[in-house]
Design a protein around this ligand. Structure first.
Ligand SMILES: Cc1cc2nc3c(=O)[nH]c(=O)nc-3n(C[C@H](O)[C@H](O)[C@H](O)COP(=O)(O)OP(=O)(O)OC[C@H]3O[C@@H](n4cnc5c(N)ncnc54)[C@H](O)[C@@H]3O)c2cc1C
Length: 378
């Protein structure tokens, strides 16, 4: 066995892909990197909304890991079944790995069964979005309810985007007159860290006649009656329900004993878990920032820096900044942007950029850059 330092990365999402890419760029094979994911392809979170509303097909947005070719990195399609942080050992469906550095980037999983009736009615998983796409396509008009079952959830703007894209869909199909849209979320405003963005979204809802129900969670669906029961006991009726499931860390992460209040608590600036050489980044971790791809990627860059510095014997590496920009679909082909800073002031600050067609071009470029960087795809 080679004496080269060994890094095992669990999960090939935004965080895992960026981390593996940076390690490959830094060492070009001088370090052994295993990148482990049970899936065979990566899908950008926002592509699920495009699939849901028939703007694209699943095959067009699946980015196969077979295309992820980086010197020094071996991608392994295996399921992680145990993590021993103390021994820095990982067990998978394909074997076991002992490493100098273990990075847990397994994302947030969905607890669909925690909400009775939700199965088949959620759009947050790739399968869920693909399953609902023909249902949305053939929807004849009626009461649409977009509802959130718990917090935190990935990409806080995504449920609002779903609402506005649904409105566009109904307009395009000539079904608006026969329809009404209701949006129910656990927060008082759509994006709590950014009052400006929230106000713009609530104005957009009001202009479109979308009913906004705040401060509630979906408790269960009685699908046969078309009734959604909220956690305050009140009910909302629907003909079409589009739901965001409750989230939690993957069971293997919970079983590892590393979680606290559902996720792995790490040092916000270094992503260290407290076990030497073991880091957690992205949606699986509690960092003090939202669960979103841009933040996962930024954290992965910090972990890469720390590992590179440690292997080179060159200091501690950079510290995580906690900033990021998220694009928000506002309907009518326009996109807004929110630039957020979570860690550098007394409270989070979100600066809102008004929706425009120029920002759509920027979002397309955001995806294209990563497709090219990670998968070598044009
Ligand atoms: C509808 C929607 C829209 C979104 N829009 C945006 C957006 O516009 N911008 C943005 O920044 N973010 C967006 N997001 C959020 C974004 O997709 C996630 O926050 C991001 O993917 C998290 O990255 P990650 O690397 O932490 O985890 P993930 O990308 O979830 O990667 C985790 C990986 O771990 C693998 N895994 C899990 N368990 C195991 C196991 N036991 N064994 C092996 N592999 C395992 C999974 O297969 C997965 O590939 C959106 C999400 C949704 C649902």
């Amino acid at each position: 066995m080679s004496n080269a330092p060994r890094v095992v990365i669990l999960g090939a999402g935004f965080a895992g892909l960026e981390l593996a890419t940076r390690l490959s760029e830094a060492f070009a094979g001088g370090v052994v990197v295993d990148l482990i994911d049970e899936a065979d392809a990566f899908v950008f979170g926002y592509s699920k909304l495009d699939v849901l509303f028939g703007r694209t097909h699943l095959d067009a947005v699946r980015l196969p890991y077979a295309k992820f070719a980086k010197p020094g990195v071996t991608w392994r399609q295996e399921r992680v079944t145990a993590i021993d942080a103390h021994a820095r050992t990982v067990t998978t469906s394909g074997g076991s790995y002992e490493a100098d550095y273990v990075v847990i980037a397994l994302g947030a999983d969905y607890d669909i069964d925690a909400t009775p009736g939700l199965a088949g009615n959620e759009f947050y998983s790739v399968e869920g979005a693909a399953r609902l796409a023909p249902v949305v396509d053939s929807f004849p008009g009626g009461r649409v309810l977009v509802g959130v079952c718990g917090a935190p959830y990935k990409c806080p703007p995504a449920p609002s985007e779903c609402v506005l894209m649904m409105h566009d869909h109904l307009v395009k199909r000539g079904l608006l007159e026969a329809s009404e849209i209701t949006f129910a979320i656990p927060f008082e405003i759509p994006i709590p860290p950014s009052p400006d963005t929230s106000e713009a979204l609530m104005t957009a809802f009001a202009e479109r006649g979308i009913r906004f129900v705040s401060g509630v969670r979906v408790a269960r669906l009685e699908d046969d009656r078309g009734v959604c029961v909220l956690d305050d006991g009140s009910e909302l009726e629907y003909d079409l329900f589009l739901g965001v499931p409750r989230h939690h860390a993957a069971q293997v992460v919970i079983d590892s004993g590393l979680t606290e209040e559902g996720y792995i608590k790490v040092a916000s600036r270094t992503l260290e878990t407290g076990f030497p050489g073991v880091y957690a980044c992205g949606d699986v971790a509690t960092v003090g920032v939202p669960k979103a791809g841009v933040f996962s990627e930024g954290q992965a860059a910090t972990v890469a820096d720390a590992i590179i510095a440690a292997i080179r014997g060159d200091g501690d590496g950079a510290r995580y900044g906690g900033t990021g920009s998220c694009y928000i679909e506002f309907g009518g082909d326009r996109i807004g942007r929110i630039d957020v800073d979570f860690l550098n002031g007394p409270k989070p600050i979100g600066v809102f950029r008004a929706p425009s067609v120029e920002l759509r071009a920027e979002k397309i470029e955001f995806g294209a850059r990563r497709r090219a960087r990670w998968f070598g795809l044009a």
